[in-house]
Structures are given as C-alpha cells and as structure tokens.
Design a protein around this ligand. Structure first.
Ligand SMILES: *Cc1c(COP(=O)(O)O)cnc(C)c1O
Length: 337
C-alpha cells in the first residue's frame, strides 16, 4: 500500500519467481484468477472452431469454460478409480481434430502424467495442466505444473494455497510463451501502447501477491496438516469406504478428501444430522451442465457412477484432532448400525 503500485506491483514479480521455482518452471505469469490462467494458457495454443480438446468431465466448470472460450470443443473422457482422467481413455477419444489435452489434477492428486505425456507425444498434441487444486503436489518426483508446456494455477480463497481474494498464474518454460502471456494479460498490448492481440484485462492485484508471499511460507505446514488428517481417515475408514489413498510416488495435497461408497446420500444426511459439513464435488458432470446441452453425448459410465458415490469429508488445516475423530466415529456409526 505504501509504494502505491496497487496493480502489478513489485510483489507480483517476486511471487512469479517463487511460483516458477515451486512448479519447476522457468517462468510464471500471475493473473487475476485461475480461470483466466487456464484460458490464457489455452489461448497460447491458437485453438479455434473445429479443434477438440480432451479433458475430464469431473472438475470445476472453469475447465470446460476455458476451453469453450477459445471456441474449441471440450471432449470429456472417462475417469479412473482415482477420479482423475483415465489415461487409457484418452487414446480412444483422439480424432484428426484433437489438438490438446487438459489434465486436471483433481482434488489435489496429480494425474498419472507419464502415459498422458506419452500419448500426447505420439499424436503431436499439446498438454496443459489444470493444477488449480494441486499446487505443491508431486508425482514421480516432479511437482504439479512441471509436466506440460503450460500449466494453470488458481489461488482463490478455497484452494490450499489461497489468497485473500482472486488470483491465478500460468507457468511455462518457453520465453516466447512468457512474452505472449504477459501481453495477453494486459489487453494484448506491448509497452502499454501497441495492441497486437485481442485480449481483455487479466492483471493481478499487488495486495494478493503480497499476501501470497506470506501464505507461501506457511504452505508446507498447511499441507502436512491435511495429509495427517487424511492418513488418519485412511486408517479409520479404509475398511468401510473407498478412501482416496496415495498412488506409489504421489504426494497428494488433499484439496478435497473424497471417499466413495454406496448409500452416499444416506451417509451425507446422517453426517449432516450430526453437524458435520460434507460436500459433493461435483454432483453434475460438466458435460451435463445446461451450458453444454449442445455438446455431442458422451458415454462416461465411471464418471457417472462416481457422481453417485463421492463425498468430501472435512479435511483442512484448522481442524483439531478431536474433530477428525468425531467425523471418523460418525462414519463408522453409519456403517455399523
Ligand atoms: C478453482 C479451479 C479453477 C478456476 O480457478 P478460479 O481462480 O476460481 O478462477 C479451474 N480449474 C479447477 C480444477 C479449479 O478447481
């Protein structure tokens, strides 16, 4: 506030350096939201009408919306038991019009990226990670955001790494992409004067960058707290419901702790009656949203089944041990009696 550079101040550059380092990239471009980040990342691929982009049907709607905003067609493929896009399903969805894959690291678990990158390379497709829910998660020794050509981060107040308002960033390794992104976030201009591309205003607030630099110092503690609760739930509930678990070589950050079970709706009511806040992320697959009623119908049996079985249990850094014990006891009660 004292230096008076309210938008794009020096803290933004400092944050970008920190984000790039954490995501294993050369560059980061901070923007005003995760949605903007994903949209601008996709803009760099020069997509347009007739192009197809493969992604998951189970995500926040912003994933599809960012693709659709480029005027490309979002194509959903089915998911695996880990709730992430099934790498094997991608191959079957590729057509001569397929241009890119958006890999969403759902709930904070990085997708199994090796087969996804391999498929993309064989078919000459670009990959963009939607790492909005997975900042600081790892897979096979590499951080979320480091696998693809461009990756989008969100730091909205709901995320594990969260600002005190809206914020996002794109990370990448290529300088040409960095230059283009900095232009796209500022109305497509260079030197504030010459407009080279049609774009809107996606600049970040300095105050959010400033807050995030502080939040970043406490991020590891936050993630470890979530992971501790997750380990506790895994141990207490693993014999009753399908717990998220952690694949070999993955470090989950538990943006959501999602169990899967039969009688999900009854369990939800039971837990709510005991004062426990539970959520379904998400009950409607994105291609089933009214906005996408004109999309060609897709057969997504595993994703449809998941929407009837998933439930997010409370799992966050402000939770006390006795609260986690209360939740686990309530879930056990439901199944035992
Ligand atoms: C939060 C989120 C976004 C969008 O981020 P905003 O900052 O809310 O615009 C995009 N994709 C996924 C998977 C998200 O969870």
């Amino acid at each position: 506030l004292r230096h008076g550079r309210i938008v794009m101040g020096p803290e933004v550059a400092e944050l970008e350096t920190a984000l790039a380092r954490q995501c294993g990239n050369a560059f980061a471009v901070a923007v005003d939201s995760g949605s903007s980040a994903l949209y601008l990342a996709l803009r760099c691929l020069d997509l347009g009408p007739g192009d197809e982009v493969i992604t998951t049907p189970l995500s926040w709607v912003a994933t599809f919306n960012a693709i659709a905003a480029t005027r490309a067609l979002p194509v959903a493929v089915d998911i695996g038991d880990d709730l992430n896009m099934d790498p094997a399903a991608i191959e079957a969805a590729i057509t001569p019009n397929t241009r890119a894959i958006v890999a969403v690291h759902y709930a904070g678990l990085v997708c199994d990226m090796a087969p996804i990158m391999d498929t993309a390379a064989r078919h000459g497709l670009d990959v963009v990670e939607d790492a909005a829910q997975a900042f600081s998660a790892h897979r096979d020794g590499s951080p979320a955001g480091s696998f693809s050509r461009l990756a989008a981060l969100s730091m909205n107040p709901m995320k594990v790494f969260s600002a005190y308002g809206e914020a996002g960033a794109v990370v990448c390794d290529e300088e040409a992409l960095y230059d283009r992104l900095t232009m796209l976030r500022y109305a497509g201009t260079v030197n504030r004067e010459e407009c080279r591309e049609i774009s809107l205003n996606h600049k970040p607030d300095t105050i959010q960058a400033s807050m995030l630099l502080v939040v970043l110092r406490h991020l590891e503690d936050k993630v470890e707290q979530r992971r501790k609760i997750a380990r506790y739930y895994d141990g207490e509930l693993g014999s009753l419901v399908a717990c998220p678990g952690e694949p070999q070589g993955a470090r989950h950050v538990y943006y959501d702790y999602i169990i899967q079970c039969d009688r999900r709706d009854d369990l939800k009511c039971f837990l709510e009656s005991r004062g426990i806040e539970v959520k379904i992320h998400h009950e409607t697959l994105i291609p089933d949203q009214p906005a996408y009623e004109n999309l060609p119908a897709q057969d997504l049996p595993a994703a449809r089944r998941a929407t009837e079985r998933i439930l997010s249990l409370p799992c966050h850094e402000a939770m006390r041990d006795d609260e986690a014990e209360y939740v686990a006891a309530a879930v056990r009660n439901f199944f035992v009696f």
